[in-house]
Write a protein that binds this ligand. Structure first.
Ligand code: ATP
Ligand code: MG
Length: 242
């Protein structure tokens, strides 16, 4: 099986007031293609930092990361990615539809192909009825949904979602789970972080637990979580041993 993401001995050290902060400490991670991979860990564990390295937002202090076998330092590595940030925010003076037109054009999608694709992603996130309203009038959950639609506009092979259900109501959470499983059914890879462990347990084929920048465990969900135990219980034990 090919890997969508390969991370080898990746370290990221930030500096704050002259003091080093180790966000990632020799992280090794493999995300197989076509799988839903849950990336979990306590606040400050380094999940967002890992994603930022994959997206080329920050440079690693040491180690390497590859997407579909291309080094993330090469911008071409990002062509097949869709990304939903942890705190989605965007141009509030645009309508939802205008945002998607802009996003689609960035990927050189035009004309009927673009309008069809926009209708498709709007329906996926259930935002058809409000797509002509300005984003400034959207609720937090609506903002989350339109940014998820934006992340999917280019029909990416790898979708990176940083806490995709944050701010969503129970129906919205269920819809995101459905979108994730639909993506898998279409052969896509989904790499997402979440603090909702029951949700991770429900949708993930693989998972990794990170704590203080270090990997505690990774593997198929059914192998990582002992039979008869919940992920939440396992997670609490695994993290408290650190
Ligand atoms: N720009 C920065 N400068 C200094 N330290 C940073 C910076 N970005 C992140 N950090 C630190 O790196 C560590 C990892 O942060 P990160 O945001 O990756 O965690 P996380 O696992 O995504 O947490 P959360 O679940 O709260 O979103 C934390 O100690 C954080 O304070
Ligand atoms: Mg984070």
């Amino acid at each position: 099986m090919d890997n969508a993401i390969e991370i080898r001995t990746l370290s990221v050290v930030f500096s704050s007031n002259g003091r080093p902060i180790t966000a990632l400490d020799s992280l090794n991670l493999c995300v197989p293609s076509g799988q839903v991979f849950g990336f979990i860990g306590p606040n400050g564990a380094g999940k967002t930092t890992t994603m930022h390295v994959l997206l080329g937002f920050i440079a690693a202090t040491a180690g390497e990361a590859r997407i579909f076998n291309t080094d993330v330092n090469k911008s071409i590595a990002r062509q097949r990615i869709g990304y939903l940030p942890e705190h989605p925010d965007t141009y509030k003076f645009l309508t939802g539809r205008e945002l998607l037109v802009m996003a689609g054009r960035l990927f050189l999608i035009r004309g009927k192909q673009l309008s069809d694709r926009i209708d498709e992603v709007l329906s996926l996130v259930n935002m058809q009825n409000v797509s002509n309203r300005k984003i400034a009038t959207y609720s937090r959950g609506m903002m989350q949904r339109i940014c998820l639609a934006q992340a999917l506009i280019n029909d990416p092979d790898l979708v990176i979602l940083d806490e995709p259900t944050g701010g969503l109501d129970p129906i919205g959470r269920m819809e995101v789970r459905r979108i994730i499983t639909d993506l898998r059914a279409r052969g896509k890879t989904v790499f997402f972080s979440s603090h909702e462990l029951s949700e991770v347990e429900l949708v993930c084929d693989h998972l990794a637990i990170l704590s203080k920048g270090r990997l505690i465990v990774q593997g198929p969900t059914s192998k990582v979580v002992p039979q008869g135990e919940s992920l939440e219980k396992y997670f609490m034990k695994a993290v408290s041993n650190q």
